[in-house]
Design a binder for this molecule. Structure first.
Ligand SMILES: [Zn+2]
Ligand SMILES: [Zn+2]
Length: 224
């Protein structure tokens, strides 16, 4: 269930939950908890209602917006990167220790079926941001669960490499599922949620383009 309705809402508590990356990703207020030595960064343990799927048995969907009057045509930007980014989340389970929550997302051509939508936007100050939504409202994820999310990606940032574009999509997808920033400098090579474009793979040289162990463990913590 997507918790999206089309009726009017008289009173809307309009709380922004958007995030930015321009070399850095700012504006995310999250909460930190530590269990058995692992630090999890979440929106106060709130989640995507209905979960992140169960590989092989329960699938959730994402949708990529094509050209409209207000958004950029995502069919020509990011599509392969978005697919790669989501698949990196879906395919992590066997590769990381202690990962017990299997994620299942697949692209749909039917917008209303999607729990995560990818839109384009053009903002010279921002490469990506995520809005958490319930019905038609933007909600504060630290205050309540959300039914779906819109990820905005900026196709005009020419400084992003292919790996960087995939990494950006994977980072924002993490926000859509309930992960917040891993601000500690020690996480630069250890989390897709490190909020700066300088995040790296464990080897310290290759740009990170997908989730790491702590990111999957945070999914376990939220949905396990
Ligand atoms: Zn972010
Ligand atoms: Zn916790």
């Amino acid at each position: 269930m997507r918790l999206k309705k089309l009726g009017c809402v008289a009173l809307t508590v309009f709380l922004l939950s958007q995030t930015w990356i321009t070399g850095s990703c700012i504006g995310v207020t999250g909460e930190t908890c530590t269990h058995n030595g692992v630090t999890y960064c979440t929106y106060n343990h709130h989640i995507l209602s209905g979960g992140v799927g169960q590989y092989g048995s329960f699938r959730r969907y994402y949708w990529i917006k094509n050209s409209t009057t207000n958004d950029q045509d995502m069919s020509n930007f990011f599509r392969s990167n978005i697919t790669e980014a989501v698949n990196k989340w879906v395919n992590t389970s066997p590769g990381y220790p202690n990962v017990t929550t299997s994620i299942s997302f697949r692209e749909t051509s039917t917008q209303k079926d999607a729990m995560v939508e990818f839109h384009g936007f053009n903002n010279p100050m921002s490469d990506g941001r995520t809005e958490h939504r319930k019905y038609d409202n933007i909600v504060s994820p630290s205050s309540e669960n959300w039914g779906w999310a819109i990820i905005y990606l900026n196709p005009y940032n020419s400084s992003l490499t292919e790996r960087g574009q995939t990494g950006l999509a994977a980072h924002e997808f993490g926000h859509a599922m309930g992960l917040t920033h891993q601000y500690s400098s020690s996480m630069q090579n250890k989390s897709i949620m490190y909020p700066y474009a300088s995040r790296k793979m464990e080897d310290g040289t290759t740009e990170r383009n997908g989730p790491a162990s702590v990111d999957c463990q945070t999914i376990n913590h939220l949905y396990g």
